[in-house]
Design a binder for this molecule. Structure first.
Ligand SMILES: Cc1cc2nc3c(=O)[nH]c(=O)nc-3n(C[C@H](O)[C@H](O)[C@H](O)COP(=O)(O)OP(=O)(O)OC[C@H]3O[C@@H](n4cnc5c(N)ncnc54)[C@H](O)[C@@H]3O)c2cc1C
Length: 406
């Protein structure tokens, strides 16, 4: 253990958002101590699977657009600083039934911010990408500026540069408990000791309900809080949702699935039911259902049923491919289980703790948060240091959940 036990800011959780936060804080010359229970990037949270979609005409609401635009800039800066290739523009086509609220949301955001986009009919889509087979009742919107992020490389880049800027990063060291002092400051405990700081940022992903539950409790109480919904005086309506990623070897026309030829593609095959795919970057054609998973305990160990993908799940995914992208439905060559941390409205929680203002809650997930991580690092650093940010994050306030005021 490092002898350093006092920091300006402690960052708990060093995945997508925690690594970015540690990086921004360290770059601003702050003393940062970061903890992760594992060794990021790892495959037990929400940020693995080698590809994430980045899209700008945000269907979930125009409020996200300036933040994702800032993230785009910061991902490019991170590429320059780290010398790594982290983001590849492929374009993206979203397809669904006429009248789909998701497609209408894309159009609204594109219109509000003047973003390039191209509405397309099913026939036009089939003509431009003959491997895609939208049915005649479907329409689409193509966005040329969308692309793919490589999440493990993004996290590694943020962590490496954070450490080079002086952040003290502790891996394989879980935060067991945290305590906010009434007069300011926090103390956290890990199996290796106690650490203090002026501020604490909680970027613990799917473990947020458990870690919030460990606030002002002893380490032993954290163990007992497993699965508890009451979170240190703060009750958040979070749901941890199991998600499965699949990789298929294209059966035919393999070149059509390479990044130069294949945009991100999403398919709302029934109202509100969706799967999405990314080009073959070397691991196969990636495909997953979105928000159709069951509840999951993030502490499910490797090899448990929750972390194992069944043959039936692979068959269901293949059946969807066979209908809409039959040339992609070759050999099933891999799968991974990942987790969404969902709110009821599927918007993020990024705010100060309503009771302990020295604690920042960073839960930008709801199944679509990775693309924002570069900007979220900046925002969470602002909140930790100043209690506010120039970015408009009013949509993500914790007070919108009535139970959070208890
Ligand atoms: C299958 C799947 C596909 C997705 N696709 C997209 C996409 O295409 N585009 C997009 O933008 N988003 C996507 N998302 C969402 C996005 O990946 C997540 O929102 C984002 O990765 C969440 O990052 P995080 O930092 O909150 O969590 P994580 O990266 O999981 O980080 C949390 C970290 O906290 C650590 N931790 C937890 N408890 C403790 C503790 N007590 N002490 C110390 N450390 C602790 C964990 O070990 C972990 O490393 C997808 C998510 C999944 C699961």
């Amino acid at each position: 253990m490092s002898s350093n036990t006092k920091a300006d800011v402690i960052v708990a959780g060093l995945g997508a958002h925690g690594s970015a936060t540690a990086y921004h804080l360290a770059k601003r010359g702050k003393r940062v101590i970061g903890f992760d229970q594992f060794r990021p990037p790892h495959a037990r949270g929400s940020s693995h699977g080698r590809g994430r979609v980045i899209r700008t005409a945000y269907s979930e609401g125009p409020a996200y657009v300036p933040i994702v635009q800032r993230a785009m800039q910061l991902w490019r800066e991170l590429e320059r600083e780290s010398g790594e290739s982290l983001l590849r523009i492929t374009g993206g086509i979203s397809m669904g039934p006429e009248g789909s609220p998701g497609l209408a949301g894309i159009m609204r955001s594109a219109g509000a911010y003047g973003l390039p986009h191209e509405p397309m009919t099913a026939a036009e889509i089939r003509k431009r990408w003959p491997v895609f087979r939208p049915t005649d009742g479907m329409i689409g919107v193509f966005e040329p500026d969308n692309g793919a992020l490589f999440p493990e490389k993004c996290i590694s880049a943020h962590l490496k540069l954070a450490a080079e800027a002086g952040a003290d990063l502790h891996v394989d060291e879980p935060l067991l408990s945290w305590k906010a002092s009434p007069g300011g400051g926090v103390e956290v405990r890990t199996p290796k000791g106690a650490y203090t700081a002026d501020r604490l940022v909680l970027t613990v992903g799917a473990w947020l309900p458990k870690v919030l539950g460990a606030g002002d409790l002893s380490g032993e109480a954290l163990q007992q809080a497993q699965g508890a919904q009451s979170q240190g005086g703060l009750t958040l309506p979070l749901r941890i949702e199991r998600q499965v990623l699949h990789w298929f070897e294209p059966a035919r026309n393999a070149t059509a699935f390479l990044p130069a030829n294949c945009p991100n593609n999403s398919w709302e095959f029934e109202p509100g039911r969706l799967f999405y795919c990314q080009a073959n970057f070397g691991d196969g054609f990636k495909v997953a259902f979105h928000h159709m998973g069951v509840d999951m305990d993030p502490d499910s160990p490797p090899g448990s049923a929750a972390r194992t993908v069944s043959p039936q799940e692979a068959d269901e995914m293949r059946a969807a491919l066979q209908k809409y992208i039959p040339d992609a439905a070759g050999r099933h060559i891999g799968a991974a289980v990942c987790m969404y941390t969902d709110t009821p409205d599927f918007h993020f929680i990024v705010d100060l703790h309503p009771v302990h203002k020295q604690v920042v809650i960073g839960s930008p997930c709801a199944g679509h948060g990775f693309k924002f991580a570069a900007a979220m690092g900046e925002i969470l650093a602002d909140l930790a240091l100043d209690g506010r940010t120039r970015h408009d994050i009013s949509l993500f306030n914790v007070g919108r959940f009535p139970s959070s005021k208890t």
